[in-house]
Design a protein around this ligand. Sequence first.
Ligand SMILES: [Mg+2]
Length: 381
Amino acid sequence: MKGNRRNFLINSGLISGALLTSGISSNNFAKSFYINKKNSKMKLTFKPYTLNLKHVFTLATSSRTTTPVVLTQIEYDGLVGYGEASMPPYLGESHESVSKFLAKVDLSQFNDPFEMESILDYLDKVDALNPAAKAAVDIALHDLTGKILGKPWHKIWGLDKLKTPYTSFTIGIDTNEVVKQKVKEAEEYKILKVKLGRETDKEMIETIRSVTDKPIVVDVNQGWKDKYLALDMINWLNERNVKMVEQPMPKEMIDENAWLTEKSPLPTFGDESVQRIPDVIKAYGVYSGINIKLMKCTGLREAHKMITLAKSLNMKVMLGCMTETSCAISAVSQLSPEAEWADIDGNLLISNDPFEGIKVIDGKVTLNDEPGIGISKMIAH
Ligand SMILES: [Mg+2]
């Protein structure tokens, strides 16, 4: 199996022969992206890949053990930028749909990768949907342009790398004994995230509280259907050092979510209800803040605009992720000094990450100085 993955990555061109040898230091890594033949037109290539999850991932409505992703690269003028689409099944994109979309994308019509506004406008015209597929192009473009400039994107945006948030670490729904074990394994993380929206919500919180008093954030994933019960539950959570509530009720229950936010002692965040820029305006007055994910919003460029818009509306910003490799996680981390909350632990939940990049150290998102999106190493699987 390992050999197969290794061959797959070699054949796909995602790892050059030089990169497969161990011992490429972080400092030399950017240089190792240079390839011999100069190419003045952008060339997009992509390959499906399947992430294996360390634990079964259970939400209010489903469980799974793998996540399909598509890894992309854009070659231009001797440099390579890396990107990724991650497609949890409930969002409707798949290996097939992303591959079909990317096969239609022709970047050779553009002069250089800095024409990002035009390129991303063009992507929206290729097909209206496919946000993760578009993110895979957007992330690779950011990686590429950052490498051309020789700077990481947090620097290009003028962000203070010391202002990164702590990331929460998700404790999946499981038996009480397994939950306690997972809490112990998450010792490094300062904030725990718990998925609620089931009949066992209080039991889950009490189980965690029997072993730790760390701050908890909860994600209901639209699981509560009654606003009065939801408010009772939030009041109960507030007494147990819970700090905020993500997507408490179904996204269609706009008036009820707005009522709840007004009455709630804890900030509420829209996630399923917020995909792209127009949704930020719709979330205003309904939630205290928004959860931005690259795979929902088509990538870093739109995410950056959504942050600016949300802040201008005095809304809070949270950055989230899907189960993703360190490629997309490093990319979103570049924006993290702008966020009050971060839930960017997706790469920590998988066992076959082909990249190394931005790390979480003592629970805090810790940016590096690698140019582009912050990938420091590729690992053969
Ligand atoms: Mg969520």
